[in-house]
Write a protein that binds this ligand. Structure first.
Ligand code: C2O
Ligand code: CU
Ligand code: CU
Length: 457
C-alpha cells in the first residue's frame, strides 16, 4: 500500500500548499458533489491541565482542551479536518463510529502512515450517519488517550429533531496522583484483568462539576464514555430520562431505567426532563456521583415536550436468511512477556487463538476473517473470560441481535459491551471495502492482544 497524504508542515507557507495559493482564504478544494462542508484546523499539542487544584498535569490536547474540541458536522455533509501534530510523538486520528473510506480511518500502516511531529494530515470524509461520535489516536493508545487525546464529534440531523437544548457530557477518569502527576496507564496485573483504571473522574473535563440546565425543559444529553478502561453504570436517581440513541444510532425512546452500562467508547443520548428551578439531580456511576445537574430558570420558556424518535440512519439491514455465521472467541492468553532476548510486550488476550502484536506493523495483513463485499454476516461473539469487553468494529455499523445473558431489542451500534462469559450475536452487511480493526475498547486489552483485522473485499 502506498501512503501519500501525509505532509510536512512548513510554517504558514506550508499551509498553503494544497490550497488556492497565495492569498487564498480557503485551502480546501475538491467539493465534487456540492454537499456542504465543515472545516477545521485541529492541533494536537501539550497542555498543562489543572485537574488537581494547584497542581499541573502534563496533558496532551486537541484544540487546546482535554477532552478535545467538540467537532460538528451534519448528516451527509463533508467534514474536513486539517490535523496538525505539534506533539513530539507520532500519532493519527481515528473517527470512532463513522462509516468512512479506509484511507480516512486513522489506523497506522493500514490507513495511513503515522503523522510525525511537525507534520499535518488532511482528513476529509462524508458523515453519513447523524449522532454522537468521537475521535482519538490509534497509535500508542494507552498513553495518548490517557493523556487526554479524546474528543467528541457530533453529527447533526439534517432536519430539526424537536430538541431545543442539548449538552455533550464526556466521561473520562484520569490516571493521576494527588499531585496531578500521571501514573502508569497500564499495569501488567490490571491489563490481564479488567484493565488499568484511572482515579480522578471528570465530566467534560471537570471533577464533580455542577452543570446548569434549563428548568422544565427537555434536554438532549449526549453522554460519551471516552475512558480507556471504565464501564460506567450510569444512573440519574429520581430523574425523568429516556434513551433516544445508543452509540450514535436512534432507538425507540424508552425510559432510562435503573442504570445503563456504558463501556469504553460507547455513547448514550438521553432526553432529560429538567426539574423545577433550584432542584438538583445526581449523575452517577453506580453509587458514585459524577456530576450535579442543577435546574436554572429558563426565562419563561414554555415547558418542553418529549420529542418523537430520532430518524434512523441509512445503515443496510443484514439479510439473516442468507447470512453466513462466523465465530469469534475472546479469551485469556497465557503468553506472558519474555525477558532478555525474548523481551516483548505481554500478550494477555487473544481472538480465536491469535493475539495482536501492536509492535508488528504487518498484523493487519493477516485478517482473522475475510468477508465478501455486499454479503450479510452473523458474528457469534463469545467471551471466555470473567472480564467484560466492549467489542468495537471499524468501518461498518452492526446490528445486535441477541444475547444469552439479557433480552435484546435489536439495535445498530459500533460497540457492544460483551459481559462476563456472555455469548451474543451481531449481524452486518459487509458494505465497506477495506481492512477493518475489530477490537476490545479497554485499551489495556487491545494493546495486549485483543485486536484483529477483518477484510472486506
Ligand atoms: Cu475507538 Cu479502533 O477505536
Ligand atoms: Cu473505531
Ligand atoms: Cu477487553
Amino acid at each position: 500500500m502506498v501512503f501519500s497524504r501525509r505532509q510536512v508542515l512548513g510554517g504558514l507557507l506550508g499551509l498553503g500548499v494544497v490550497g488556492l495559493g497565495a492569498g487564498g482564504v480557503r485551502y480546501w478544494l475538491g467539493r465534487t458533489d456540492g454537499a456542504a462542508g465543515h472545516d477545521y484546523e485541529l492541533i494536537a499539542a501539550p497542555l498543562q491541565l489543572e485537574l488537581v487544584p494547584g497542581h499541573p498535569s502534563p496533558a496532551w490536547a486537541y484544540g487546546g482542551q482535554a477532552p478535545g474540541l467538540e467537532l460538528r458536522s451534519r448528516q451527509g455533509d463533508w467534514l474536513r479536518v486539517r490535523f496538525i501534530n505539534k506533539l513530539d510523538v507520532p500519532t493519527t486520528i481515528h473517527w470512532h463510529g463513522i462509516r468512512l473510506p479506509l484511507e480516512m480511518d486513522g489506523v497506522p500502516y493500514v490507513s495511513q502512515l503515522p503523522v510525525l511531529p511537525g507534520e499535518y494530515f488532511d482528513y476529509r470524509f462524508k458523515t453519513p450517519d447523524a449522532g454522537s461520535f468521537w475521535y482519538h489516536p490509534h497509535v500508542a493508545s494507552g498513553e495518548q488517550l490517557g493523556r487526554g487525546l479524546v474528543g467528541p464529534l457530533i453529527v447533526e440531523e439534517r432536519e430539526p429533531t424537536g430538541f431545543r437544548h442539548e449538552r455533550t457530557l464526556t466521561l473520562k477518569t484520569w490516571h493521576i496522583d494527588e499531585q496531578g502527576a500521571f501514573t502508569a496507564f497500564s499495569l501488567p496485573r490490571e491489563a490481564a484483568r479488567g484493565g488499568t483504571a484511572g482515579r480522578l473522574s471528570t465530566v467534560s473535563g471537570a471533577h464533580l462539576p455542577t452543570l446548569e440546565l434549563p428548568a422544565g425543559q427537555v434536554v438532549r444529553l449526549r453522554l460519551m464514555n471516552l475512558d480507556s478502561t471504565l464501564t460506567y453504570r450510569l444512573n440519574l436517581p429520581g430523574a425523568e430520562a429516556r434513551i433516544y440513541a445508543l452509540d450514535g444510532n436512534p432507538v425507540q425512546p424508552r425510559p432510562l431505567g435503573k442504570e445503563y452500562w456504558l463501556g469504553p467508547g460507547m455513547r448514550i443520548d438521553l432526553a432529560l426532563r429538567v426539574p423545577a428551578v433550584g432542584q438538583e439531580l445526581a449523575l452517577r456511576n453506580g453509587p458514585l456521583r459524577l456530576a450535579t445537574l442543577r435546574a436554572l430558570d429558563s426565562a419563561g420558556q414554555p415547558a418542553g415536550d418529549w420529542p418523537s424518535a430520532l430518524p434512523a440512519n441509512p445503515v443496510a439491514e443484514p439479510d439473516l436468511a442468507t447470512a453466513e455465521t462466523l465465530r469469534f472467541n475472546f479469551e485469556w492468553s497465557a503468553e506472558l512477556a519474555g525477558s532478555g532476548a525474548n523481551a516483548g510486550r505481554a500478550k494477555y488476550w487473544q481472538i480465536n487463538g491469535e493475539a495482536w502484536d501492536i509492535d508488528d506493523k504487518s498484523c493487519a495483513e493477516r485478517p482473522i476473517a475475510r468477508l465478501k463485499l455486499g454479503r450479510s454476516y452473523i458474528f457469534e461473539l463469545r467471551n471466555m473470560a470473567q472480564y467484560q469487553h466492549p467489542i468495537h468494529l471499524h468501518g461498518m455499523t452492526f446490528k445486535v441481535l441477541s444475547s444469552d445473558r439479557k433480552s435484546i431489542l435489536p439495535y445498530f451500534t459500533d460497540t457492544y459491551l460483551l459481559g462476563k462469559n456472555e455469548r451474543a450475536r451481531i449481524a452486518l452487511v459487509a458494505d465497506n471495502p477495506g481492512v477493518w480493526m475489530f477490537h476490545c475498547h479497554v485499551i489495556d486489552h487491545m494493546e495486549t492482544g485483543l485486536m484483529a483485522s477483518i477484510e472486506v473485499a
